[in-house]
Design a protein around this ligand. Structure first.
Ligand code: GLA
Length: 403
C-alpha cells in the first residue's frame, strides 16, 4: 500500500469536489500461486493478496447521482445511484456500477468518489477485483450496510458476470478480501473455508508482465468454463459417485473413463483434476519447507495450462522456459485466467535482482523489448482506512492489518 498515493488522492479529491473525502477504502490485487481455473470447478487455490491495489475515496453527495473520477485515467463519469446502468465509453466504471447495483437496495442520496491505484491494468493481477472490493467496502461505510466479506465477494463476482461479461469464479475477490501479510491464502471453493499459511521469509514472488492481452480473453475464459461444465457432466454419467463439478472427479476416475470421452473435454478435466491435486500436495510441501518440490509443481501447472487447458501463449511460455535455467528460481507459471498477462516466479530472496535481470533479458532476446518484472509481497486484504491509511473497525469488527 502506497501511503503517498493515498495522500495525493486525498488532495485531488479535495480539489475536484471542494471538500474532504469521508470514506477511505483500499483493496489489493492478487497473484494466483497454484490452482488454475479450479475456483469455479469448486476446487482449491493457493493465492496471495499483494502490496499493490486500489484506493476508493468517497463522500456523500446532496443529489441522487454518483460522480466517479478515475484519477489515473483522467476520466470521469456520472450516473444515478438508483440506476447505475452499463457504460461502453467508461468501461472501467462498470465494476463500480455493478457493485452499486448489487449492494444497494434503495439508496439515496448519491456520492462523489475518486479511485486511484498502482496495479497495472490487464496484467492478470486482478485490478478489477481490487476496484470492486474497494467500492464495496466504501459502500458499506457510506450506507451503513452489514459487513459480510463473502457477500461482498459475490457482489464483485456478479458485477464481473453481468457488467463485464466474464464468468469468473470467486478467487480474485476472496483473495483481495482475505489476504494476510506474509501469508498465502488457501481456499476451498466448495465450502468457502479459507485459511492462511505463512510463506518462508527467504522466498519472494516476481511478477513478469508480458503486456500481452488476448483480444478474446473474456470469451476464451468463458469457453473454458463451458468446457469444464461439459466435462463434469460427462463424468457424472459414468462415475459411481455423484459429480456436481470437476472437484468430484478423482485422478483414478479420469484414468478409467477419459479415453471414452471427447478428447478436448478430457484434457480440460485433466488440467483441473491435476491442479486440485497439486494444490493439496503443494500445501503440504510448503508446510514442510520444501520449496524445490513446490516450485516443481508450479512448472507442472504451467505445462498443464499449455497442453491441457490451452490458456497459455508464446510470451508466457518464453518466460517460464527461461526461468528453468536461472539460478535461485524454484518455479514459474502463468497466474490467473491466462491468454496473456503475467508469469509469477518463486525465487530465493538472495537471487531476486540477478533473476529479474535475466528474465528481462530472456524476454528481450525473443521479442526485442524487455518485459516488466516487479517483486511483490504477500500483503493484507482489503480494509477501510483512516485518512492517514490506518485500518479502522467496521461495525465493531477489527479490519485486516494493512502493510
Ligand atoms: C481469473 C478469474 C478467477 C479464476 C482465475 C483462473 O482470475 O477471475 O475467478 O478463475 O482466472 O484460476
Amino acid at each position: 500500500m502506497d501511503l503517498q498515493l493515498l495522500e495525493r488522492t486525498r488532495q485531488s479529491f479535495r480539489e475536484r469536489f471542494d471538500r474532504d473525502a469521508t470514506v477511505h477504502a483500499y483493496a489489493p490485487g492478487r497473484i494466483e500461486v497454484l490452482g488454475n481455473h479450479t475456483d469455479y470447478n469448486e476446487g482449491f487455490v493457493l493465492s496471495a493478496a499483494i502490496d499493490r491495489g486500489t484506493y476508493f475515496l468517497a463522500a456523500p453527495a446532496a443529489g441522487p447521482d454518483v460522480c466517479l473520477v478515475a484519477r489515473d485515467l483522467e476520466d470521469e463519469v456520472v450516473f444515478p445511484v438508483a440506476q447505475p446502468g452499463r457504460s461502453k465509453a467508461g468501461a472501467w466504471s462498470n465494476y463500480v456500477r455493478g457493485v452499486c447495483a448489487k449492494c444497494l437496495a434503495d439508496p439515496s442520496p448519491g456520492f462523489d468518489a475518486m479511485i486511484a491505484g498502482d496495479l497495472p491494468l490487464g496484467a492478470g493481477l486482478s485490478s478489477s477485483a481490487a476496484l470492486e472490493m474497494s467500492t464495496g467496502l466504501a459502500l458499506l461505510d457510506l450506507y451503513a450496510l452489514p459487513y459480510d466479506r463473502i457477500a461482498l465477494a459475490r457482489a464483485g463476482q456478479a458485477a464481473e458476470h453481468e457488467y463485464a461479461g466474464a464468468k469468473c469464479g470467486l478467487l480474485d475477490q476472496v483473495t483481495s478480501l482475505f489476504g494476510r501479510a506474509g501469508h498465502l491464502v488457501m481456499t476451498d471453493f466448495r465450502s468457502l473455508e479459507i485459511e492462511t499459511m505463512p510463506l518462508r521469509a527467504n522466498s519472494r514472488f516476481l511478477v513478469c508482465n508480458t503486456g500481452v492481452q488476448h483480444s478474446l480473453v473474456e470469451s476464451e475464459y468463458n469457453a473454458r468454463r463451458e468446457d469444464c461444465e461439459a466435462a463434469a457432466a460427462a463424468f457424472a454419467r459414468v462415475c459411481d459417485q455423484s459429480v456436481a463439478a470437476l472437484r468430484d472427479v478423482t485422478p483414478d476416475d479420469w484414468r478409467v473413463h477419459s479415453s471414452g470421452m471427447d478428447e478436448r473435454m478430457a484434457r480440460r478435466a485433466a488440467h483441473v483434476i491435476g491442479e486440485n491435486e497439486r494444490v493439496l500436495v503443494g500445501r503440504a510441501m510448503l508446510q514442510a519447507g520444501d520449496l524445490e518440490g513446490f516450485g516443481a509443481s508450479l512448472y507442472a501447472s504451467h505445462a498443464s495450462s499449455q497442453n491441457n487447458f490451452e490458456n497459455s501463449c508464446a510470451e508466457l511460455d518464453t518466460l517460464v522456459e527461461a526461468a528453468r535455467s536461472i539460478a535461485g528460481i524454484y518455479g514459474a507459471r502463468l497466474s490467473g485466467g491466462g491468454f496473456g498477462g503475467s508469469v509469477i516466479v518463486l525465487v530465493d530472496a538472495a537471487a531476486v535482482e540477478a533473476a529479474s535481470v535475466e528474465l528481462r533479458a530472456a524476454y528481450a532476446r525473443e521479442y526485442g523489448v524487455e518485459c516488466e518484472v516487479v517483486t511483490v509481497t504477500a500483503a493484507a486484504g482489503a480494509a477501510l482506512l483512516t485518512p492517514e491509511g490506518q485500518p479502522r473497525t467496521i461495525n465493531g469488527e477489527q479490519q485486516n492489518e494493512v502493510t
